[in-house]
Design a protein around this ligand. Structure first.
Ligand SMILES: [Zn+2]
Length: 322
């Protein structure tokens, strides 16, 4: 897949090649034609900063033209590079949900939390998370309108994946930068199998099943037509993709109940979720000649399901005790 894709409506999709893997994590540059201002949504991890800045130069974006940077949430695969990138685009206002603010200004706890999820060795692959200048942080809350020249970008709070998660809505393209709310989409695999292949993203410790269901129903009944997935790429029609993810989330939440009481539940549920997703790929996968990019997408689809299992089970526990 191309590293930079010019989408319609003055949006550029950039592959940040997260930890050296193409096709996992995207960032997007949006242009306001009238003012020649730009907004960047997501930065990818710190170790991707070089790729992202290279892409900006290739597109022809000068640092002073970047007026806004928005991150859907503070997880390191989405915002780990923000400290570094914001030093380069040093005039941009930085938009994040208030619950994420202090962890960007002082990333100590963000780093500790990420280490707990990924382990020390894997966390290193994401690069060093640098602090963001607190004076540049702006609050992205429900209904906030980010004025990118004459192109309004609207903030929708979507706390199901994590309480500091928001989506950014672009009226011009009826497109939503969905972060992790609409799950994960695999463009190459979907093309190969001639059907959209998705999965919900439900990692611990913050995932809330009821809230994510609400988020998804809100999106499905909205005017959104295009989805700009961080993992990975632009896709349409939004309704169909969202309905798919709603169905998958329902199934995954029911499956979690089956494993809740078992020993080694995370591992067992993780394996069961993998089998469930593979069922959706239908037969014939093995005979298809898979390029590397498709193999990468299979990994994106399947490997993080143990984290998702952990999130589903801890949500179940929380909702039973509350
Ligand atoms: Zn996330």
């Amino acid at each position: 897949m191309d590293k930079i894709i010019e989408l319609s409506g003055d949006i550029w999709q950039v592959d940040t090649e997260e930890r050296g893997i193409p096709g996992w994590t995207a960032a997007y540059f949006i242009k306001d034609e009238a003012s020649s201002g730009w907004m960047l949504i997501e930065t990818g991890p710190a170790s991707s900063s070089g790729k992202l800045l290279e892409a900006a130069a290739t597109i022809g974006i000068s640092p002073a033209e970047v007026k806004h940077i928005g991150v859907t949430h503070i997880h390191v695969d989405h915002a780990g590079g923000l400290g570094l990138i914001s030093r380069h685009f040093n005039e941009a206002e930085i938009w994040v949900h208030p619950r994420g603010e202090r962890h960007l200004a002082d990333p100590t706890r963000l780093i500790e939390g990420s280490r707990a999820v990924y382990g020390a060795e894997k966390l290193q692959e994401y690069g060093e998370v640098l602090p963001v200048a607190a004076a540049r942080l702006r609050r992205a809350v429900e209904g906030t309108i980010i004025r990118l020249g004459e192109r309004p970008i609207v903030v929708w709070e979507t706390p199901g994946h994590a309480r500091h998660h928001v989506c950014f809505y672009d009226r011009k393209t009826k497109g939503l930068f969905s972060g992790d709310t609409a799950g994960v989409y695999t463009p190459r695999l979907s093309k190969l199998l001639n059907q959209p292949i998705t999965r919900p993203a439900t990692p611990g410790p913050d995932f809330d099943g009821a809230l994510m269901m609400q988020d998804l129903y809100r999106l499905v009944f909205s005017e959104v037509q295009n989805l700009y997935f961080t993992h990975f790429g632009a896709a349409a029609p939004a309704q169909l993709l969202l309905e798919l993810v709603i169905g998958q989330l329902s199934v995954h939440m029911h499956m979690a109940k089956d494993y809740g009481e078992e020993e080694d539940a995370v591992h067992k549920l993780g394996l069961a979720l993998q089998e469930e997703i593979k069922k959706g790929l239908h037969s014939g996968m093995a005979e298809k000649n898979m390029e590397d990019t498709v193999t990468n997408e299979m990994k994106l689809l399947l490997e993080p399901l143990f984290d998702s299992a952990d999130g589903l089970l801890s949500y179940l526990k929380k909702s039973e005790t509350s």
